[in-house]
Design a protein around this ligand. Structure first.
Ligand code: GTP
Ligand code: MG
Length: 567
């Protein structure tokens, strides 16, 4: 089997398949029971490590225009082999290129050569964020054919426009096709992932003099493969990654300042200082805000050169393990991600979710609702199985004692005797099933447990109870109010009804591409007032029995549904 190697030949993993790496954050979707999945499954920590090393080999360079790329290639090639180049533009016709060198030492050599424009005018920071200035003494261009091999294409770092999405969805023939199309055109791409790890590396590099073992990890939807192009970048800072190592036994110990005060007050001071550092010294970091009163204190900032909105926190690694868990659930079955993307888009379009935190359901809770539904229809196993199958090397205990042990190599679960025969439902059936499932869910009495993969008696009085899969004393959706839960209940019924009618009227071979149908009906912004909606879609007005079965409605697409979409 092929070994996971970085471009310089260092072996990283036995699973890595380089040619497939570019399509998604860590790896393309893998069918759970496909015997070839062992080849394409990349364990999460190895994917993260690969991206971190890739960032360390890379520089981000502002250029005058696309035409400068060949010259920049020639310039960088003087130092060593250029591994890849990726061009993108931001509004205002600013052009940027990520240049990845084959070897991180070459990258360091380049950075040692860089200068500052006018030291009296700028703070002379050194970082991998550069500017390729116009020069009369142009660099001699390298061979056209060498440059062509690098294939420096222009990539999009922004999500597609709403019109483009609607156009693409209208031209699909089935709802399943619409769901996979939505996923494919809005999911995070390779350049976006590169940018996220570069932005993380910038802060890591800035702190590395004081804390040589510090690490900044992207987490949340940036790495769990449920992220859209343009979603926020969640970062977690660890000051000393190897603090739990056995160096504590060494006779020589570091002199350190004593850490005074409560852990929280210290974290706040440190975050504040990091915020100052970003604001004063780090190029590209703007609109730095310190949100220190929140349950999880964060520094919020914009990163101008990558157009990313960043949330930097300083907690433990539990959040990263949560991203890993979600990543694994997404890897187990190819249908998971298109379904999550569809539900997230639906919720956003009808304003069930909102970018600002509040009493409404978050994307994170919504994702857990989808995963729980998929457990209930046996597309996904309960978390308990992943924990039971863990071996010693899967053991992870976060600094504050949260046990995040679960099996990391999900290929071990293939053909597992305790996994029931897996459902082969089409994506459309699953989408319909999701809305049906939650239309009938007894939210008053039943909580949601991804650990068991089945409902549990609600342990506390709150509107919605979703047991935190890793910290099982906690409710992930504590923030959701009774009003917002009511809205969710109304909207899932509403959606179920809309899907039924769109399928009734449009599931004919004759529909034209311009027609609004399927997901487009579902995503329509609701113009009815809240009151009208709740009357219109109350239990009374909704037909008690479906006129036609779901399978009948979507019978035209079942044959192709059973196939895994080709990326
Ligand atoms: P996007 O909306 O695409 O950014 O999804 P996201 O999963 O990144 O959500 P968000 O940026 O709101 O949160 C980032 C991560 O923080 C999540 O993936 C979770 O791991 C964690 N998180 C967010 N909200 C909660 C919560 O209410 N409870 C817990 N335990 N973790 C949360
Ligand atoms: Mg996020």
């Amino acid at each position: 089997s092929k070994a996971l190697k970085d471009p310089s030949g260092n072996v990283l993993s036995k699973y890595f398949v380089p040619s497939k790496f570019s399509s998604q954050c860590i790896t393309p979707p893998t069918p759970f029971r496909n015997s070839s999945s062992r080849k394409s499954f990349v364990p999460f920590d190895q994917g993260i490590e690969y991206r971190r090393l890739e960032a360390q080999r890379s520089i981000l360079v502002q250029v005058q225009s696309e035409k400068s790329c060949h010259e920049l290639y020639s310039f960088a090639s003087q130092f060593g082999t250029v591994q890849s180049m990726h061009h993108y533009t931001l509004p205002g016709q600013t052009h940027f290129v990520i240049v990845e060198m084959k070897d991180s030492q070459v990258t360091r050599r380049i950075l040692n050569k860089c200068g500052h424009l006018d030291k009296s005018q700028v703070i002379p920071v050194r970082s991998p964020f550069l500017w390729f200035r116009a020069n009369k003494n142009k660099t001699k261009l390298s061979d056209e054919s060498d440059y062509a091999k690098i294939n420096c294409d222009t990539h999009n770092v922004f999500p597609p426009t709403e019109d483009h999405v609607r156009e693409c969805l209208a031209s699909c023939n089935t709802i399943t096709q619409q769901m996979t199309t939505l996923h494919n055109i809005t999911k995070m791409n390779d350049i976006n992932t590169r940018l996220r790890f570069l932005v993380a590396y910038q802060v890591e590099l800035a702190l590395s003099g004081l804390f040589p073992l510090c690490a900044i990890f992207p987490f949340g939807s940036s790495v769990n493969n449920f992220g859209k192009l343009g979603c926020d970048l969640d970062l977690v800072l660890q000051l000393d990654l190897q603090s739990q190592g056995d160096n504590d036994q060494c006779r020589l110990m570091f002199h350190c300042k004593s850490s005074l005060g409560s852990e929280r007050s210290q974290t706040l001071r440190h975050l504040e200082t990091v915020g100052d550092l970003l604001q004063l010294f780090l190029p590209g970091c703007s609109q730095v805000k310190r949100i220190l009163g929140a349950r999880v204190p964060i520094i919020k900032y914009n990163h101008d050169m990558s157009a990313l909105e960043c949330d930097l926190s300083m907690t433990n690694l539990t959040a990263l393990y949560m991203a890993e868990l979600l990543y694994l659930f997404g890897e187990i079955d190819w249908r998971v991600r298109p379904l999550v993307f569809t539900i997230k888009k639906w919720a956003k379009d009808i304003n069930l979710t909102n970018p600002t935190p509040g009493r409404w359901i978050t994307n994170f809770s919504l994702t857990l609702l989808v995963l729980f539904y998929l457990q209930s229809v046996k597309v996904l196993p309960p978390l308990k199985l992943l924990i039971d199958e863990a071996s010693l090397k899967d053991r992870r205990i976060s600094e504050d004692g949260v046990n995040c042990t679960f099996v990391r190599d999900i290929t071990k679960l293939q053909f597992h005797p305790s996994i029931p025969e897996q459902s082969t439902d089409s994506l459309t059936t699953l989408l319909f099933g999701f809305f049906e499932f939650y239309s009938q869910y007894d939210f008053n009495n039943q909580g949601i447990s991804l650990y068991l993969g089945s409902p549990i008696p609600k342990p506390e009085h709150g509107a919605l109870y979703i047991n935190n899969p890793l910290e099982r004393g906690l409710n992930v959706s504590k923030n959701v109010s009774f009003e917002e839960l009511e809205r969710l209940k109304v909207e899932v019924r509403n959606a179920s009804w809309t899907l039924e009618s769109t399928a009734n009227s449009n599931n004919k071979p004759s529909h034209t591409p311009s027609e609004s149908w399927g997901l487009l009906e579902l995503f329509k912004k609701q113009n009815l007032s809240e009151k009208a909606k709740s009357v219109f879609f109350s239990e009374k007005s909704r037909p008690k029995e479906r006129m036609v079965s779901v399978e009948d409605l979507f019978s035209t697409e079942t044959s192709e549904d059973s196939q895994v979409p080709v990326e």
